[in-house]
Design a protein around this ligand. Structure first.
Ligand code: MN
Length: 417
């Protein structure tokens, strides 16, 4: 069933012909504006050029520096484009394969391109949908007996985040300064965050607008999702701890959120559907899909200190651990009539698993700083240090194929003096 491309797909690549993710690229050193792309192996394919050649139907990519116009065209169009690309680049199709000039114009080596934010993100929402994460945080900061707050098992808790500071993988992130107050201090002071952290998350890119005042049912919700990306939701725990009462996260979160450059469609993830965790108590009817599923996506976080060459795997978790599914998140988000728009980012919340090695943040991995992690270099970490590089990877594995997201990576720069 697996088909091959005439383009080289290295063993273990996240980007075989079955994937066909969507992103935005420009060629290093060229003045042409960013434009839509897909990726096969380590080859980045120019979708605007294919369109101009008449090889792709429609006009989604011409003169477009993000994917929003393409995504607005709807699911039938996404499917047609993805299928056309799989045919154009299959090993049997000579159209591009045997035309050296055309191939050179359309195909670029990954090392020669710059990847950009794939969509204009109007709004960014962050959920809190991992039961293990919410339990760990509740245990550390409140009461182990009542780690989950009373609403948690009844609704996917979330907050409206900041879209302007969502950045693409590879962007350095500056350690924020903010108000900090130690437990024994009587007043706060303003200083660089000392408890700077990452969060392993995944995000949905919205593909369909619901009109203001209209809800999407939990069964309609999947059709409103274009695809998914990896998310690192950087977090300043000390800023967050002092500021969050009573309205929730603010400056401890809004300095930066990093996403991976390739949006993997739900069609590509289809073979990796799996069951959701059992929900008890049964959610209210508007959160009960007729068919309920999630995806089996393995996630890893790697930490690379400055000057080192060997990164340390510090966490391994899986998207399927999430208690609240993406369809429940979308249904809940729109249940009050709030309109989601094409390009909106809905992040899952930190994804932690049941074992200590599967926790999705340093807050949990180091248990509030009480259990330092030892890296390959022999150094230890409780929270991120300046010039640490944190990389999250994610992929699905099945019978000989791997469909993946690549990575979301970012380096911590020192706070401004
Ligand atoms: Mn988060």
């Amino acid at each position: 069933m697996s088909s091959r491309s005439f383009l080289l797909v290295p063993a273990g690549s996240h980007f075989p012909l079955e994937n066909i993710p969507f992103g935005v690229f420009s060629v290093q050193g060229e003045s042409s504006p960013p434009r839509g792309a897909t990726r096969i192996g380590d080859t980045v394919i120019d979708l605007a050029a294919l369109e101009q050649e008449g090889l792709l139907p429609g006009d989604s990519f011409r003169n477009a520096t993000t994917l929003n116009r393409f995504i607005e065209r709807g699911r039938a169009h996404w499917r047609e484009i993805r299928k056309t690309l799989q045919q154009l680049f299959s090993a049997e199709n000579e159209r591009i394969r045997d035309n050296t000039e055309l191939c050179a114009r359309v195909c670029h080596d990954l090392s020669q391109v710059e990847l950009h934010l794939p969509v204009t993100i109007g709004d960014y929402t962050d959920f809190y949908s991992s039961r293990e994460h919410a339990t760990n945080v509740g245990t550390m900061f409140r009461d182990p007996e009542n780690a989950l707050l009373p609403n948690w098992l009844h609704l996917p808790v979330g907050y409206n985040g900041r879209a302007s500071s969502v950045v693409v993988s590879g962007t350095d992130v500056r350690r924020p300064s903010g108000q900090l107050k130690g437990d024994r201090e009587s007043a706060p002071h303003f200083a660089p965050s000392r408890l700077f952290d990452f969060e392993i998350e995944m995000g949905c890119i919205i593909g369909k607008e619901n009109p203001l005042g209209e809800s999407l049912s939990v069964d309609e919700a999947v059709d409103a999702i274009f695809g998914m990306v990896l998310v690192n939701d950087w977090s300043a725990r000390d800023i967050q701890k002092w500021e969050y009462v009573p309205l929730g996260p603010f400056l401890g979160k809004s300095m930066a959120t990093s996403i991976s450059p390739w949006i993997v469609t739900l069609d590509a993830l289809e073979p990796f559907r799996t069951e959701c965790p059992k929900q008890d108590p049964t959610p209210l009817p508007y959160l009960q899909p007729r068919e309920h599923w999630t995806y089996d996506i393995e996630l890893e976080a790697h930490l690379l200190p400055e000057g080192e060459t060997q990164q340390t795997v510090i966490a391994k978790t899986n998207f399927r651990y999430l208690y609240w599914s993406i369809m429940q998140q979308v249904a809940h988000h729109t249940s009050n009539g709030c309109n989601l728009r094409v390009g909106d980012l809905l992040a899952s919340g930190t994804i932690s698993g049941p074992e200590p090695g599967s926790y999705g943040s340093l807050l949990e991995l180091s248990w509030k700083g009480t259990k330092p992690l030892t890296l390959h270099s022999g150094e230890t970490r409780t929270f991120l240090q300046d010039y640490d590089r944190l990389t999250i990877t994610g992929f699905c594995s099945g019978e000989g194929t791997r469909i993946g997201f690549g990575e979301v990576s970012g380096r911590v720069l020192p706070a401004h003096p």
